[in-house]
Design a protein around this ligand. Structure first.
Ligand code: ARG
Length: 459
């Protein structure tokens, strides 16, 4: 089969070279975007008088026919046509005859492939923002059901201060909000049109790039033709955003794995989201969060991979850049898989509030509050800290918790103690005492939920 670029060549391409350089195996994922870009390009060629109206119409009809085949899964891709761009063009020519060969007027595959990638990622941003909204909604739902659930809050994975479980869940809602905003911000740079840059320097045809941008709903056109075909920042940015998002999912995953263990028993993931062991009949493994945690590695890898491909790459297009695709597609699939599973997994998760309460009752996470109590009575906080440190040590030696101490015992450590200390030390009181904006007090967490719901409703 003859090549679209065969004129200059006297020999057939070596079979292994053909296979090695072809990208059709993976860039066929861009088939619809490729046709979409071509439709806008040929319309512009017609409107600018570069192609006769009838040629434009014929090519558009042909492209629509090719698009139909793509959507029905009927398009036959061939490795000898190297990539999606030449596969579509070959099919178009088969469809409408030699006039199809006029489509590529004033265009290069270099600005074409960049355009396809912009069109593709634009859709992914919308998709992932949607999936993140679903996840936020689920987390908010669980938070609302757990406005009275108190759980130890940790630092250094040591019990620190009791918090509402709702507050813990809402922390993730905030993290995913930043992920949403990062993706939305990247959209500004994704939604810029490279087409019209030609191979690198522009084109001799009197094209109208803005007309193409308008048709494809791009907000702007690349300023510099060399930059237009060399730029892959927008993909890097997506991969970086995806890496941060996966990092967030991996932290939540790690917590779910911990909380599902017999040692914690804070939550139980639904049977439908767990798997068993082929040897140990008692096992119920949290495979999904484990795998999300594990797959974070490949998402980081894809970012590092592309950063490395682009490092020191001279302007403008180099074949190296074809390596921008597989990692990006892999990240898209990995992210989609994780996000699609996370929302229903969180929605069906059983929260063991009794076990959480048990943990809170058997710890010293209210110690800060008695230190604050003494400081409130005028003792310098540093001294109060020292006094309570000694009190805690005494409790540990006596195998007691703070609420088990008698007032006499308390008074041994400071004469400032009185009956009200028992109220101050109740987990509810400890939680509700943190009534600052962004704190764990019930009113604050309810307000945070309200704000998050308002944001969601506005989308
Ligand atoms: N398949 C190529 C890629 O993905 C398309 C651009 C090829 N351009 C070229 N001049 N070889 O990068």
């Amino acid at each position: 089969m003859s090549k679209l670029w065969g004129g200059r060549f006297t020999k057939q391409t070596n079979r292994l070279v053909e296979q090695y350089t072809a990208s059709i195996g993976f860039d066929k994922a861009l088939a619809e975007e490729d046709v979409q870009g071509s439709l806008a390009h040929v319309t512009m060629l017609g409107k600018c008088g570069i192609l006769p109206e009838e040629d434009m119409e014929k090519i558009k009809e042909g492209l629509q026919a090719v698009l139909g085949k793509i959507r029905r899964g009927e398009l036959e891709y061939s490795v000898s046509d190297e990539d999606i761009h030449m596969n579509v063009e070959k099919n178009l020519i088969e469809e409408v005859g030699p006039v199809g060969g006029k489509l590529h007027t004033g265009r290069s595959r270099n600005d074409q492939v960049a355009t396809d990638m912009h069109l593709y990622l634009r859709k992914r941003v919308v998709e992932f923002v949607g999936l993140l909204h679903d996840l936020q909604e689920t987390l908010i739902g669980q938070a609302k059901d757990n406005l009275e659930t108190i759980v130890p809050g940790y630092t250094h994975l040591q019990r620190a201060q009791p918090i509402l479980f709702a507050h813990h869940l809402m922390a993730y809602v905030s993290m995913f909000q930043r992920d949403i905003e990062r993706l939305q911000d990247s959209y500004k740079r994704i939604n810029v049109l490279p087409l019209g840059a030609g191979a690198l320097a522009g084109t001799t045809f009197p094209i109208d790039r803005h007309l193409v941008a308008e048709q494809l709903h791009f907000d702007a056109v690349y300023e510099n033709s060399l930059d237009a075909v060399s730029d892959r920042d927008f993909i890097l940015e997506f991969l970086a955003d995806a890496s941060i998002l996966m990092m967030h999912l991996s932290r939540l995953s790690e917590e779910l794995v911990l909380w599902s263990s017999t040692e914690f028993r804070f939550v139980e993931l639904d049977d439908a989201f767990c798997t068993g062991s082929s040897i140990m009949p008692q096992k119920k493994n949290p495979d999904v969060p484990e795998l999300v945690r594990g797959k974070t590695g490949r998402v980081y890898g894809n970012l590092m991979g592309l950063l490395t491909v682009l490092k020191s790459l001279p302007l403008a297009y180099n074949k190296d850049m074809q390596e921008d695709k597989e990692g990006m597609f892999d990240t898209v699939e990995t992210l989609r898989g994780a996000l699609q599973l996370f929302a229903p997994m969180i929605a069906t998760m059983k929260v063991n509030s009794g076990q959480m309460r048990e943990a809170v009752n058997k710890d010293f996470s209210n110690a800060t509050d008695i230190a604050d109590f003494l400081a409130g009575k005028g003792l310098p906080f540093r001294q109060a800290h020292e006094v309570i440190g000694k009190t805690v040590l005494y409790c540990i030696q006596q195998n007691k918790f703070l609420l088990d101490l008698t007032l006499e015992e308390f008074k041994q450590f400071s004469p400032l103690f009185d009956e009200s200390i028992y109220q101050v030390l109740q987990p509810e009181a400890v939680v509700n005492a943190r009534n600052v904006y962004g704190g764990t007090a019930t009113t604050q967490v309810s307000a945070a939920i309200g704000r998050a719901e308002e944001r969601l409703a506005a989308t």
